[in-house]
Design a protein around this ligand. Structure first.
Ligand code: 13P
Ligand code: SF4
Length: 329
């Protein structure tokens, strides 16, 4: 049975798993025995969400990571999320089921290229979306998530020049909401850019009572048609409390698991994309599987580690975000 070498080669543990094993029961047992907590994003497969101690959006997950007293954090999400947990918990073991679970948005903003972009605008403060590397966080004055971005940007004086990175769609949305003219880095999420406005409009015509709910990582053309825009948690809360019976959901379809649980009576339609495939599944989030979660907990690898100077530099803007968004639910 191969373990450690396989982590180096593939980014996850490769080992034979007894097919008769009850993986859910084993994961729960390991979690108890090792004092581990599983934090999962809404875009994870439903079976992983069901085993997690906490499922949430990026702000909720960062808050949970900041307050857990577990010894091990298994982060069922993507690399930048596990990194954030490590930045907040230097003395805890942070595990990620697949080290290759990256993020196209984070990758769209390499820190060295961004450093030059920033150097050309010395009077600007840098507000970065949490979907970025620790190296980019270290170059930022404050971090935001889609739940608190408007509140954090509003905390700066109106005339303060701001660079917003890396998501141009979220940045344009915040500019519109706040009347700012933040300079936007030209990055985007491959999942949220794929929704097709014409097909969404056709779906709205087919379902005249439907409401379109959309994540602010979507392009402006899609956001213009939306009845409600918000982070994954905000979209979930909106669907939970709305009297409407049909919703077209423009974000990664993993969120439908919790929406279905709280609105079994509702017709929840994933927003159509530019292609006929299920390309609005995030390929990075979906690298995590129940089997990998089990092996990761069993062998306690892959473990996310970080250079201490980088961690301290990235911690400052995250702490500032948590401080500035205390009032954000
Ligand atoms: P939130 O869950 O914070 O809205 O973020 C969405 C996302 O794309 C995470 O990668
Ligand atoms: Fe990154 Fe987009 Fe996947 Fe979120 S959905 S992890 S922003 S690629």
């Amino acid at each position: 049975m191969k373990t450690m070498e396989s982590v180096e080669k593939y980014g996850f543990v490769v080992a034979d798993v007894d097919p008769t094993l009850d993986l859910e029961a084993e994961i729960l047992r390991l979690k108890r025995e090792k004092n581990a907590v599983i934090l999962a994003h809404y875009y994870q497969d439903s079976e992983i969400q069901d085993l997690a101690d906490y499922v949430g959006d990026s702000l909720g997950l960062a808050r949970q990571a900041a307050q857990t007293d577990a010894e091990i954090i298994l982060f069922a999400g993507v690399h930048f999320m596990a990194e954030t947990a490590k930045i907040l918990n230097p003395n805890k073991k942070v595990l990620i089921p697949d080290m290759n679970a990256g993020c196209s948005l984070s990758d769209s903003c390499p820190a060295d290229v961004f450093a030059e972009f920033k150097a050309r605008r010395p009077d600007h403060v840098v507000v970065s979306y949490i979907n970025c590397s620790a190296a980019l966080k270290a170059l930022s004055d404050v971090i935001v998530t889609s739940s608190n971005a408007v509140a954090v940007v509003e905390s700066f004086p109106k005339d303060q020049p701001i660079i917003f990175a890396p998501d141009k769609n979220l940045g344009a949305y915040i500019n519109k909401k706040t009347g700012r003219k933040m300079v936007l880095w030209d990055g985007a999420c491959m999942v949220h850019e794929i929704f097709n406005r014409k097909k969404i409009e056709a779906a709205l015509r087919d379902h005249p009572d439907a409401l379109l709910v959309a994540h602010p990582e979507c392009e402006e053309a899609v956001l213009e048609t939306a009845h409600f825009i918000g982070s994954t948690t905000e979209l979930l809360r909106y669907v939970e409390s709305s009297p409407a019976k049909t919703f077209i959901v423009a974000t990664e379809p993993g969120i439908l698991h919790k929406m279905r649980a709280s609105r079994p009576d509702a017709n929840l339609i994933p927003a159509p994309s530019n292609q006929s495939c299920a390309c609005n599944n995030c390929p990075h989030m979906k690298l995590n599987t129940l089997e990998k979660v089990y092996l990761t907990l069993l062998y306690e690898v892959p473990e996310l580690t970080m250079d201490e100077d980088l961690r301290l530099a990235a911690l400052k803007p995250i702490e500032r975000m948590l401080e500035l968004s205390r009032g954000v639910k």
